[in-house]
Design a protein around this ligand. Sequence first.
Ligand code: PMP
Length: 305
Amino acid sequence: MVEKTDKIWMDGKFVSFGDANVHILTHSMHYGVGVFEGIRCYKCSDGRSAIFRLKEHVDRLFNSAKIAFMEIPHSRDEIAEACKETVRINGLKEGYIRPLAWIGQGVMGLYPGDNPVNTAIIVWPWGAYLGEEGLRKGIRVKISSFVRGNVNSMMSKAKICGNYVNSVLAKREVVKMGYDEALLLDTEGYVSEGSGENVFIIRDGLIKTTPLTSILGGITRDAVMSIAAELGYSVVEQRFTRDELYCAEEVFLTGTAAEITPIREVDDRQIGAGERGPLTKEIQDAFFEVVKGNKPRYEGWLSYL
Ligand code: PMP
């Protein structure tokens, strides 16, 4: 259960947790056209708190809104500042930030007319999404029978609420079977991404990740590509098949919630030695140094509260 916090930012004002409600005729509740972000704030080594890649997340929120034909009635700077303020006002040192914009109440039917676009920012403490043990030892994933939507039907570059029906179905399917996370293939049968994460494979020192076709352009994915290159590894964006994945030496997922989570098994096939691989650990360690403010080169990715 999400831990109750004190205040939620709604349409420019702070309201108490219990008052952050919407009407049942909220258009997005019926048809799924809302957009959101998932952002993390980390407690840095010097005791300050910093939001990781806030600008990129806010930009993606506005791009999602553009794709969804929604006009967020606030500037990017206002939303960025409100994210910081919501963390501060709730006294959190670290946690998860969820900006959400939706089409409010007015007309019903598929054409939302002039219904208002409402916005909220919610924060809550959130530990390792796929478990602390998952981060250290790796998780077991299964390829779902649900497929990522065709690039002309599911706007995968947008974090549109309705897109996540596909992800929730995939995740529920595999969790019921006893796995930790679902991987989805694209409509052509190539590996796409996890239910809420991008995927990387490593073989013979070469790091591969899915190109920006049927996937969300992950901000952690982008961070990992930079960090891995700085560590001296070659990273390519190239399609790969499930059998290439089975034979990889290391596989890991990236996402704001999942951070960098190693995969130790795919479809009951052990990956590498069946534990977190050495390159994954090296990249993971470097990533956590970056988010905690220990790598001056990446200071630009941190927005201190
Ligand atoms: N793919 C999907 C479908 C996601 O929901 C997410 C989480 N936002 C990601 C990938 C990873 O993106 P990011 O690293 O920006 O969180």
